[in-house]
Design a protein around this ligand. Structure first.
Ligand code: AMP
Ligand code: ZN
Length: 665
């Protein structure tokens, strides 16, 4: 097979796996095998630059940086939708439609109205060409490179379809992905994103497409725009679009009357809370494309479609009191304590007020009657005040100046929406929060010690910081509530065992603001010890790949604090891993520097992964497929014959597992 053929085969295969997984939700290959094939394709493409294809599956990982997004005029305008709120509204719309068409036997499609950012995808001859945001409907921003990273969007179609067309759809962020992103931000001490919709549309304008690739975005398609008359109806065109690779939601339904539209509305008004993403209504469209054309457009919307907005479940209740919460990083969140009220199946007692600006904007005061809503979102929010019910002697809310926990004056830096309590070492929730983070699963993963116990230990005056954990004794712990000798012993053992946890995890556990898991790994690898890290200058920090000003400054702040210096010295004295272990360092040499290895076959002295790691630890590179650039092939048993031949053709040195071990020792 020629390289061109192999490349084509791999691309087709990977495209099919992507489609099966992201569109049909049916995995047909393991992640591991997918990666291997992708690497193989990458390598082949590198060796055959003439066969480059902007729509190859290898182009989905991102990496391009766009400083200024180009503005492009839409070939076909992107209209908005008229809204309706009741069955009467829909019946009136039907009348208007019938007046134009003079017809009564109408068919409609019912679709969910997805709450995200609309996008216009252009395809020519089965190939993805570009993606443009809606903008003002006439022109938008070209975000092609960012859109390519969304795996559910086909870059080349599976089989023949309309030749030239635009595909319209919505870029959304599914709820569980959104929650995951926020959990990560919290762990890094960053403020959470407000809602999936804004996060999705913000993602489209990120400058670095590899950042977009990391976000769990999805794209649901709902409209084909073309001058070709291949299909008679909207429904048919979408069903076919799904066949050739587009993610067209299965919820689309063909109906024959407004009554049936209403059945659809009622069904989804309840079921929408179970969907994996947010919807704020449904969209009804005249199904026949010829009829759509006859109906045409008003100044801002098609006459052949209408949106029906779900009523956000809303109630009013009394706001009893505004209290303030302090997070692990000292961030203050104002909370509305409400007279308990039933809303969309749950009792609501509290709602976040986010920050001082939000309270001021809505002019929210204690004892006010407020509107509480649960729309497409999961978390109830306060949307306004019923001013007619406000008492005459009511006074504007004075946002707290001091920390509710420790009375320290709050600070608020310019550009920050939140107030902070600066009393890092004396403020109870910050102390507890930091220790809870320290012991958490992704950090020190201490067995036998939970978040509540940490709080209890602090209240009893037994711990003030994470270093204090290492001075605890079984005798001190046993008298605590719900502790028995066994559980106390488990806890002390767990703490003792954490001394073996690797440096990168300890670094993450320290809870330095903005130093999340990945950043901690990077820093550990680069600086090798806490001493090097804490002695590093701002310039040296920024010099590290992917470390920006904000993270660097945060590390400088941490390192120059006397309290932190003392803490670190104590951790050292207890024997925690505050440098990359000698074992790892010892195994890291440069003896293989610059050499490219391919590993093939079955091995006995070490596993395949150990072998690869050993290559990298010693300065070598691992490649998935054989090429001119390969220097060595480590051949185990049962190495594939085609690989063997290729290696011999290219004159690459083939070495055994034992040869390799001799090389590095
Ligand atoms: P609006 O922004 O309220 O004018 O509503 C129009 C927007 O609804 C369009 O720009 C699309 O982004 C979005 N939308 C979501 N789902 C659909 C759908 N199934 N059909 C058409 N538009 C939709
Ligand atoms: Zn405080």
């Amino acid at each position: 097979m020629s390289p061109a053929q192999t490349i084509q085969l791999l691309r087709d295969e990977l495209n099919t796996h992507n489609y099966n997984y992201y569109v049909l939700d049916n995995a047909t290959i393991s992640d591991f095998d997918f990666d291997i094939k992708l690497k193989e394709l990458e390598q082949l493409e590198k060796e055959n630059p003439l066969l480059f294809d902007a729509n190859s599956p290898t182009q989905r990982v991102g990496g391009t940086v766009t400083r200024n997004f180009k503005t492009l005029v839409h070939k076909n305008r992107m209209y908005s939708l008229d809204n309706s709120y009741s069955k009467e509204d829909l019946l009136e719309w039907e009348k208007r439609v019938e007046k134009v068409l003079g017809s009564t036997a109408l068919e409609y499609t019912c679709e969910l109205k997805f709450d995200g950012a609309s996008i216009n995808l252009t395809y020519e001859n089965g190939q993805f060409v570009k993606a443009v945001t809606r903008g003002d409907g006439f022109q938008g921003d070209e975000v092609t490179n960012n859109i390519k990273t969304i795996r559910s969007i086909p870059l080349s179609l599976k089989s023949s379809f309309v030749h030239d067309f635009e595909m319209r759809g919505e870029i959304i962020l599914p709820l569980d992905g959104f929650k995951k992103m926020n959990a990560e931000r919290l762990a890094n001490g960053e403020e959470e994103y407000r809602n999936p919709r804004n996060t999705a549309s913000g993602s489209l304008k990120l400058q670095d497409s590899s950042e977009v690739a990391k976000r769990p975005l999805d794209c649901l398609l709902y409209q084909i725009v073309t001058s070709e008359r291949k299909y008679k109806t909207h429904f048919e065109s979408l069903e076919n679009a799904r066949q050739v690779g587009f993610k067209v939601p299965k919820s689309i339904k063909l109906v024959k009357s407004i009554d049936q539209v209403f059945d659809f509305v009622n069904y989804w008004d309840e079921q929408r809370h179970k969907l994996p993403y947010e919807t704020d209504g449904i969209v009804i469209k005249v199904n026949d494309l010829q009829q759509q054309e006859e109906l045409g457009y008003t100044a801002k919307a098609p006459r052949w479609a209408i949106a029906y907005k779900f009523k956000a479940a809303q109630v009013t209740t009394v706001l009893n009191e505004i209290t303030y919460q302090v997070g692990r990083t000292g961030a203050i969140t104002p909370v509305a304590n409400l007279e308990p009220v039933q809303l969309a199946g749950t009792t609501v007692k509290r709602a976040s007020l986010h920050n001082a600006d939000q309270i001021e904007k809505l002019d929210i005061r204690e004892k006010d009657t407020v509107f509480v809503e649960k729309g497409g979102e999961i978390i109830p929010k306060i949307t306004g005040v019923d001013f007619t019910k406000r008492a005459i002697d009511s006074k504007p809310t004075k946002y707290t100046h001091t920390c509710p926990e420790c009375d320290t004056m709050l600070v608020r830096t310019v550009g920050d929406a939140k107030h902070y309590c600066p009393n890092e070492f004396g403020c109870a929730p910050q102390i507890t929060g930091r220790i809870q983070h320290y012991i958490s699963r992704k950090a020190m993963d201490i067995d036998g010690l939970g978040g509540e116990t940490v709080d209890l230990l602090r209240k009893e005056g037994l711990i003030q910081n994470y270093a204090d954990l290492y001075e605890l004794t079984v005798e001190q712990v046993i008298p605590l509530e719900r502790m028995a000798e066994k559980s106390a012993q488990n806890m002390i053992n767990g703490i003792e065992k954490s001394k073996e946890i690797s440096f990168e995890k300890v670094l993450f556990a320290l809870g330095i603001r903005f130093v999340g898991e990945t950043v901690a790994k990077k820093l550990a690898k680069h600086f090798k010890s806490i001493d090097n890290l804490m002695a590093a200058t701002l310039v040296a920090l920024i010099d590290v790949d992917e470390i920006g000003d904000r993270i660097a400054q945060s590390i400088i702040d941490f390192s120059s604090d006397l309290g932190n210096i003392q803490l670190i010295n104590r951790l050292k004295s207890y024997g925690l891993q505050l440098e990359v272990s000698a074992e790892i360092l010892e195994n890291q040499t440069e003896v293989l520097k610059g050499a490219v290895f391919v590993v093939s076959g079955v091995f006995y002295q070490m596993s395949r992964n150990e072998l690869k790691k050993a290559i990298e630890d010693n300065g070598g590179k691992v490649s998935a497929s054989i090429s001119k650039k390969t220097n060595f092939i480590v051949a185990g048993e049962n190495m594939g014959p085609s690989k063997l031949m290729k290696a011999q053709d290219l004159g690459i040195e083939i070495i055994s597992e034992q040869d390799f071990i001799d090389k590095i020792s």
